[in-house]
Ligand binder design. Structure first.
Ligand code: NAD
Length: 266
């Protein structure tokens, strides 16, 4: 499968190039960046710390979709709907790892999935997708007297908070309790906020250094605390998952798919 990467000069973009170059079932179809990127015209593989591959960073995402079987998007929330539209127009597989999409951007991605196969996940690692299932189960078993808090830590460059994964974990906990996360989420606390409301699902976000991604879901009650944690120490786990998702989606009918589908975890 010929796989292209939009945002190929970013942290995840470079990791994806290395993952595709190391993978058996995939070949690098090309990479694109924003038109004003200083990396346009540079060798995609060299940017990823590899030997030159003769594949240069382009500025035309439409051209990239036309020559690839699948495209992987780890870019920015504003770019994801544009790439989803291109995937739908060309009938190519799209894997969306970008997080922080607002409701309109998310709706645009889902509308495009009516016309082509799109795999989207806030976290592409096998471990986090297992953690989502465990969080749902534990929340279903433990009652409202267990307070749920989701803590995440990421590197200093991350622009959205809480992380997409933290929100997905909150949603999994809410699903387990058969409530809507929007009704229960407590996304920040500052000052005299009063006592904790029963049933809330709280979030705390830490930023610093080069932390790749750490998430813990805490279930705390009088006398005991259950904690489910995942720590990613390399972006490679997300890239591996994204390439696996692209290969899995090849030949699938149009539709929105998740990593749960890709990994057969349901
Ligand atoms: P980054 O800023 O290092 O890279 C993003 C790249 O996308 C940049 O090079 C930027 O120039 C490029 N870009 C932005 N708009 C573009 C456009 N319109 N066309 C082409 N390129 C464009 O960020 P990152 O750390 O690589 O993370 C990217 C996204 O992936 C973030 O939303 C992050 O939260 C998410 N992420 C998801 C997972 C997951 O498993 N789903 C894992 C890690 C990061």
């Amino acid at each position: 499968m010929k796989i292209g990467i939009v945002g190929c000069a970013g942290r995840m973009g470079r990791t994806l190039v290395a993952e595709i170059e190391a993978s058996d079932g995939a070949v690098l179809g090309g990479g694109s960046e924003q038109a004003d990127s200083p990396f346009i015209g540079q060798d995609v593989a060299v940017l990823a710390g590899l030997k030159a591959a003769g594949v240069m960073v382009g500025a035309d995402a439409a051209a990239l979709f036309s020559v690839c079987d699948a495209v992987i998007d780890f870019t920015a929330p504003s770019a994801a709907p544009i790439h989803a539209g291109l995937a739908a127009d060309t009938g190519k597989v799209l894997v969306v790892g970008t997080t922080g999409l607002d409701a309109d951007q998310q709706q645009a991605v889902e509308a495009a999935a009516a016309r082509t196969a799109i795999v989207q996940a806030a976290n592409m690692s096998v471990g986090v997708n297992l953690l989502l299932g465990l969080t749902r189960q534990v929340a279903a078993v433990l009652g409202e007297d267990y307070d749920i808090e989701v803590i995440e830590m990421h590197h200093r460059h991350k622009v959205d908070a809480p992380s997409g994964t933290a929100l997905a974990l909150g949603r999994a906990a809410a699903d387990g309790r058969a409530v809507a996360l929007d009704d229960k989420a407590q996304r920040s606390r500052d000052g005299i906020v009063g006592a904790r409301r029963a049933g809330d699902i709280g979030f705390a976000n830490l930023r610093g250094g080069d932390v790749v991604g750490e998430h813990t879901v805490i279930f705390a009650t009088d006398g005991e605390r259950v904690e489910l944690s995942h720590k990613a120490s390399s972006r490679g786990v997300f890239a591996k998952g994204a390439v696996r998702a692209a290969l899995w989606a090849g030949g699938k009918p149009p539709g929105p798919y998740s990593m749960t589908d890709v990994l057969g975890l349901d």
